[in-house]
Design a protein around this ligand. Sequence first.
Ligand code: SIN
Ligand code: CO
Length: 384
Amino acid sequence: MIITKFDKTHFLNEYWQKKPCIIRGFVESFTDPIDEHELAGLAQEDEIDSRIVAYSNGKWTASQGPFETFEDVCIGAWSLLVQGVDRYIDDVDELTQLVNFIPNWRLDDVMISFSNEGAGVGPHSDEYDVFIIQGKGSRRWQVGLPGDYTESIPHPLLKQIDGFKAIIDEVLLPGDVVYIPPKHPHNGVALSDCMNYSIGFRAPSSLELLGGLIDENRIDSAVSVRYTDPELLSLRTIDTKSAAINSSELAKIKQHISQLINSEQAENALLQLLSRQSLPNDESLKADYSVEEVRNELLEGVSLARMTGVKPVYAEQQTSENFVFFIDGNAFKVNIKLNSAFDILLNNKEVSFGIDIEEDVLDNPEFVDVVTNLINTGYWVLVD
Ligand code: SIN
Ligand code: CO
């Protein structure tokens, strides 16, 4: 349960979604990419989800941000928790690279907490996997096994569980990680002022995926064909009661639905859905370059960097004449011949032409056109 030499294959085989563990020294010489003052600044923003959980005089309180002031809510032992910081701060987004052996589409966000001595959110369990990196300070983590725990709600915004037997009970130091799979009870108590970086994952339910495909009209109605049964007599006998649907008919109806799910359109709709990230809609990130300007800059050695929080998604095997990729619910389509250049662009933080990607590709108008579109949308940026 305590890993001192991290190996991603071993981790995925033994721990991922199976059992919790402590990974000592997961990040060597960890330096915090943000401090509590910057974190408090983010908690003042309307579009950022934040909360403060405090325990004082035997009483739990929780308050939802944004916060104008902190004095009345930061009482006793308190934690400030801010969601989705990877969408705003590049060095925080970089932390997600530490777990790039898990696919982008499974990543949810990086939640950062600051806690003073004795603080935490109390014993609870979550529905999702999480890697919690210890930043500055130290924190005692206790983790147990899934079970039928009694839930308590000490405050309407706070769900806790009553008591669990810890199978892990360790003090984490900067750079250490506690990995907690879904439904495993846990409790972290700060031993001094401390920062924690929770890289959280998502696991959509089949109903959520199906709902997402249907609700948002991602699949063209033309792909949805009508049910036909000219072979009705081979599905049911002439004497089958009219109110009855037999198992052959049910199998055919399910097959009818899966035809839709297996269509190329539905596959693209699914990828589009999985690429959704709720990136901030920040007009100031958008640009207005012409394709000539972009081509000239890239030829002159300016590199191309992926913007904060952008996590592309694409199907590894693509068989049509196009290579399609998705960013935050938006689809981009290029000729399949550009597949390898985009593969490099989409999987690296920063690329230069003539070094990471062959310079010749800049002679392809389609490539420069799509790259210009990515820059103007605010997904990539030119960096000197
Ligand atoms: C934290 O306080 O940083 C993590 C809270 C949790 O256990 O989910
Ligand atoms: Co938790």
